[in-house]
Design a binder for this molecule. Structure first.
Ligand code: ADP
Length: 288
């Protein structure tokens, strides 16, 4: 099982004629609401990849639809609490040229309790994985508890926050981050990725693929060639697929190959959690 302490967001996308200026009132032509948040995306990706995923998180009274959607996608939602804060959300204005601006509100994602975390993990088995990102509270506690319990502790360093990352580093078995975050980490710690003492480190490199650091060696995995239309959620899809592979006991190289295929397919699609490909699609996809 993959235990994911993760964010759940409503992505509210407003189509506007132009981006609003200070003091301006503007009518939107259209509103689409999608399930988002790095945590939710990773849970869906893991479940789509065939793993058992238990999501630990929180929603407000306005977010029941998001929990229902996660359930529909095969995620175990028993450890998602309903709290009085509003569900985390992003208000995204998109103009005719595709330019956007975004207001993020973390809301219920920061109302997860230690009790809730402890209760969830009391059902964990030896060999399970725990994963966190930077969009909830309690990451450090989760990583520490996971380490004490002998779980495989995984962390996606996004969105990057130097203090948060430094605090979880000592507990990690697996770290995944993109190229920009890798550079930020190098600056924050003054150390190279191979000096951190973490067994598995993956840096995703967008259209260049991914690099895997393990026991002093690095291996490169080229990205598949596709026509990219929307790269949102690519990293989360990649991470969910890698975790699912690890959870199944696949060699890391094989898990990365599959994650690379899944993420390549994902960038050919518009949308986030709702369009993450499943294992069958990933296996059957043909790339040049
Ligand atoms: P993030 O979205 O977190 O910044 P990346 O941009 O590094 O992450 O992308 C994550 C993964 O998605 C890459 O490692 C690769 O497998 C895949 N990917 C991203 N962009 C492309 C692309 N243009 N073509 C093919 N694969 C891509």
């Amino acid at each position: 099982t993959i235990w994911n302490l993760g964010s759940i967001n409503a992505d509210m996308i407003y189509d506007v004629p132009h981006l609003p200026g200070a003091g301006e009132t503007l009518s939107a032509n259209r509103l689409d609401r999608f399930l988002g948040g790095k945590g939710a995306n990773m849970s869906v990706a893991g479940a789509r990849a065939g793993a058992r995923v238990a999501h630990i998180g929180a929603i407000g009274p306005d977010g029941r639809w998001a929990r229902d959607r996660l359930t529909e996608y095969g995620v175990d939602t028993r450890w998602i609490a309903e709290v009085s804060d509003p569900t985390g959300h992003a208000i995204i204005a998109v103009d005719a040229e595709g330019e956007n601006n975004i207001i993020l509100f973390q809301g219920a994602n920061h109302a997860i309790t230690s009790d809730q975390l402890g209760q969830a993990l009391s059902s964990a088995d030896q060999g399970d994985l725990i994963v966190t990102q930077n969009e909830t509270n309690l990451q450090v506690e989760a990583a520490k508890l996971g380490r004490e319990m002998g779980l495989t502790v995984c962390y996606a360093a996004a969105p990057f926050q130097a203090d948060a990352v430094r605090a979880v580093l000592p507990y990690l078995d697996f770290l995944i981050l993109n190229e920009v975050e890798a550079e930020q980490l190098r600056q924050a710690t003054g150390q190279g990725l191979s000096e951190l003492g973490i067994e598995h480190v993956i840096v995703t490199l967008g259209s260049k693929g991914a690099r895997y650091h393990h026991k002093g060696t690095t291996s490169d995995f080229l990205a598949y060639k596709v026509q990219a239309v929307d790269t949102t959620g690519a990293g989360d899809t990649f991470t969910g697929y890698v975790l699912a592979g690890m959870d199944r006991g696949m060699p890391m190289e094989q898990a990365i190959l599959q994650a690379n295929r899944a993420a390549a397919l994902m960038v050919t699609r518009h949308g986030t959690a709702d369009v993450i490909p499943d294992l069958k699609e990933v296996r059957e996809a043909r790339f040049d």
